[in-house]
Design a protein around this ligand. Sequence first.
Ligand SMILES: NC(=O)c1ccc[n+]([C@@H]2O[C@H](COP(=O)([O-])OP(=O)(O)OC[C@H]3O[C@@H](n4cnc5c(N)ncnc54)[C@H](O)[C@@H]3O)[C@@H](O)[C@H]2O)c1
Length: 446
Amino acid sequence: MTSNKVPRRTFLKASGAAFASRSVVLEQTAPAASSERLRIGIIGIGMQGSGLLPNAISLPGIECVGAADLYDGRHLLAQQITGNPKLPTTRRYHDLLDRKDIDCLIAAVPDHWHMRVVVDACNAGKDIYCEKPMSHTAEQGFEMVKAAADNKRIVQIGSQRVSSELCKKARELYKQGAIGEIEMVELSLGRNDPTGAWVYPPPPDLSPQNLDWETWLNDAPKIPFDPVRFARWRCWKEYGTGVGGDLMVHLISGMLYTLDWNKAPRSAMALGGIFRFKDGRNMPDLHTVLFDYDGIPVYVRLDLCSETPEFARFLGPKGVLEATGKTLRYVPQSGQDTEPSYYANSFPREMHERYVEEWRREHHQIWGAEAIDSETHYDGPDWDDVRPHLWNFFQAVRSRKPVAEDAVFGNHAAIACHMANESYFRRCPVRWNEAERRILSENGAG
Ligand SMILES: NC(=O)c1ccc[n+]([C@@H]2O[C@H](COP(=O)([O-])OP(=O)(O)OC[C@H]3O[C@@H](n4cnc5c(N)ncnc54)[C@H](O)[C@@H]3O)[C@@H](O)[C@H]2O)c1
């Protein structure tokens, strides 16, 4: 979720260092705007769009000049957020693509619309910030990567964590060798309330008169107008990507960034089910996954039935890095015995004494000077603040330099989510076939 709570002063400090380029440099093209000012359009002013919009226009030089949404109630909302009752609004996002005075776009539409909106925007010559997860299926991601590359467009995918100072610090510590070579990653997030499980209240006035329901469905099966599906689309695979695409994608993106990886997992093995929210959804409310990232196990637990703090834990021979919402904790480990082995307690007394004496001599144990435990905490602005990530996008639109999370990176993060879902639905491990760009069942079936 977006947050409006971080004071602007904190944001400016945080954002300043967040622009380090870390992916393929886009071919230079002329800046989208001749001045510093950027005129933006927004597509989708729902739960996330209504957070992105005020954050975007709070940034220097950013002006919103158009808004598109299939539900008319959100036209009014866009006008209220911008404080401009005359803000041009439309149901057709193509109207924004056609406008020459719009420099770039923000899209916060449901997952089953990401591909079409991004491809259309790129083909129309518009740079675009599109929400996560990048795609609804693995195949779609490659169409989006191609559209961005073919049109030389800046595409930023909205896993805002990768622009956070905390993530940057984690990456810096890892690169410095703080924990040694990574051995394993644990990612976890648990909620336990209906809102956390996407049981959202539909807008009370929603009707086929003020919502273009047929268009909203996109390529999903045609069904009669359903306000519950409109508000709670995450619960169904026809529109959303479940806890994988909704929540895990943030954890995976943060992990890829921290470890400087830019790849899909080799395989995934998932277990889960619908344990509490038996409300007609087809997406699991408990989803556990074990990924293989070229031999490194990445274990994930996503739970809507039991609340536990969100964390990403990186384990190596020299210590542990643990990131939570606002804190990064680094616990170094010597990896050495600090006392003679307790196994030697099983030796007869004289043998034991000789062993202990020898051990102390060999290990130069100095009495009264035992090592102290040291643990470092880094407290930062919330890694879910969207402003550094939006700012990173707007700066890239101005400079044509790479963004923090381009389409290639976003695609790799999304593929992990699709693999987790495919493994859950196929009830078997799956692997990624890079040559065919396909998720295959472990037995080789497609
Ligand atoms: N980065 C984050 O932390 C974060 C948080 C929440 C949501 N999200 C992502 O944001 C996206 C939107 O989620 P949401 O919760 O705001 O959904 P939402 O249903 O609340 O809002 C989506 C809006 O898009 C509109 N829409 C749908 N198709 C459209 C189209 N073709 N043209 C114009 N408007 C269209 C809908 O009418 C709706 O108003 C999702 O991809 C979600 O995963 C990201």
